[in-house]
Design a protein around this ligand. Structure first.
Ligand SMILES: [Zn+2]
Length: 448
């Protein structure tokens, strides 16, 4: 038996917090949480860890991550980053306190997930998007990581073999995001005119033709003429040429990707499994259609991302009126790298307005900040209570995707002992990680 003694204990149920209590672990199970430890019990323990001045909580369950298996990545089915980088990304999740991670690169096979699991102590689970229109969207955008075994795989088979939900449907690449800016539009301009343009110019053209919501009906010749002028390309391209080029590089795959949402929604409804969809301005309209399909668990992913603050808050309030909708807020990288998301104001607004069901990190180009960092800032600013913020990373996640982490997410008698000991009040400094009752990391170092 291990006793984590006299720490501040957050059980993960969303309400319970003990200022001073001890967590008892026997084999791989939580034996109990006790406020007053009987000294005679201590005598039976194999190890007593003094947790005075520290916090004890369930392991984080990160339900939105990319690049953490040996399979193809993103909704575009790109070739993965290679084993070393994958291991780095797994370690980053793990040492941030994640004891379970959900891979949302939905074209991976179970063989690839199982192979990855052999190399890492963190629990690695997967989602699936193996459906015809979603394949088509991936292929139109990239698809270079998709081999025959990926293309012939089905959602049904993946679920039978251990996938826990459908997702992530849609993504920046297939929905006219960054890939168009730095790759596809510059390539098309080079081919058509022999001119090199940068990603900012490409983005200006894209938004000039399709607008922020990537809509065909947005086109207006004068608007595009102004965009060409702004990008200093008015002597190179006409508005009509620009329209055709942007339609071809961007709109074509976006249309297919949007159709992929409804395809996945109908499969999720038929099989009654949770569905995770990329929620961004480009997919806003279809997200609301999916929300009306009547799924029991529909996760609107990173709902705090890419929208302006007011837009995100308003959009989320409307989405929440549909039953079965689960609002996911993501950390991204506003405290560390600040490359993808410059500041956490959307996340803070979500805490403040009580819009969050579950928190995850998302990918942020591999620079994602930790879920516990979000918790820490949210609590410090008085926007959310500590028990509630922890439950958004633990118990709520187990309810959103029931097969992701059964019997996990709470410090409760009979639950599996995935437990963290962290600094207090700097929760994001994870000192000890237990999985299945075994110490697997200490002071920022993986032990197995
Ligand atoms: Zn996404």
């Amino acid at each position: 038996m291990i006793i984590l003694k006299d720490g501040l204990v957050v059980t993960g149920d969303g309400v319970t917090l003990y200022e001073k209590a001890s967590v008892l672990i026997r084999d791989n199970e939580i034996l109990g949480v006790v406020e007053r430890l009987d000294p005679s019990i201590e005598a039976y323990a194999d190890e007593v860890v003094d947790c005075t001045g520290k916090a004890i909580m369930p392991g984080m369950i990160n339900q939105h991550q990319h690049g953490v298996t040996f399979g193809p990545i993103f909704a575009s089915g790109m070739i993965n980053y290679g084993k070393d980088r994958i291991m780095e990304l797994l370690d980053r999740n793990f040492l941030q306190g994640c004891t379970t991670v959900l891979n949302v690169d939905g074209f991976v096979t179970m063989d690839e997930v199982n192979e990855t699991q052999k190399h890492h102590p963190m629990r690695i689970k997967t989602a699936t998007t193996h459906a015809p229109i979603n394949y088509e969207a991936g292929l139109r955008c990239d698809g270079k990581g998709l081999t025959e075994k990926h293309k012939t795989m089905t959602i049904e088979k993946m679920l039978a073999d251990g996938a826990v939900c459908i997702g992530e449907v849609g993504g920046g690449h297939t929905l006219g995001g960054g890939g168009q800016d730095y790759l596809y539009i510059p390539k098309a301009v080079k081919e058509a005119k022999g001119v090199d343009i940068d990603y900012l110019q490409a983005r200006t053209l894209k938004l000039g033709v399709l607008g922020r919501y990537i809509e065909e009906s947005y086109y207006d010749k004068d608007t595009v003429a102004a965009a060409l002028k702004e990008a200093k390309l008015d002597h190179i391209l006409t508005p009509e040429e620009t329209r055709d080029l942007v339609y071809k590089t961007t709109l074509a795959s976006v249309k297919v990707a949007i159709d992929g949402y409804m395809e996945a929604a109908h499969i999720a409804k038929r099989l009654d499994v949770p569905l995770l969809c990329h929620n961004a301005p480009t997919s806003k309209k279809v997200i609301h259609e999916v929300a009306k399909v009547g799924l029991n668990n529909f996760v609107a992913c990173h709902s705090n991302y890419l929208f302006t603050k007011d837009e995100a808050v308003e959009n989320t309030k409307i989405l929440k009126q549909n039953s079965g909708v689960i609002i996911e807020a993501c950390t991204h990288d506003p405290w560390g790298a600040k490359r993808l998301v410059a500041n956490p104001e959307n996340l803070y607004a979500f805490y403040e307005e009580d819009l969050i069901d579950v928190v995850s990190t998302d990918f942020a180009n591999g620079s994602f900040d930790s879920m516990l960092e979000a918790v820490q800032h949210g609590v410090e600013k008085g926007l959310v209570s500590l028990p509630k913020a922890i439950a958004q990373c633990t118990k709520n996640v187990t309810e959103a995707i029931p097969l992701l982490a059964p019997n996990l997410g709470q410090l409760k008698e009979g639950y599996t002992a995935d437990v963290l000991v962290t600094s207090y009040p700097n929760f994001s400094n994870v000192e000890r990680i237990y999985i299945d009752g075994k110490l697997v990391a200490k002071d920022g170092k993986k032990l197995v």
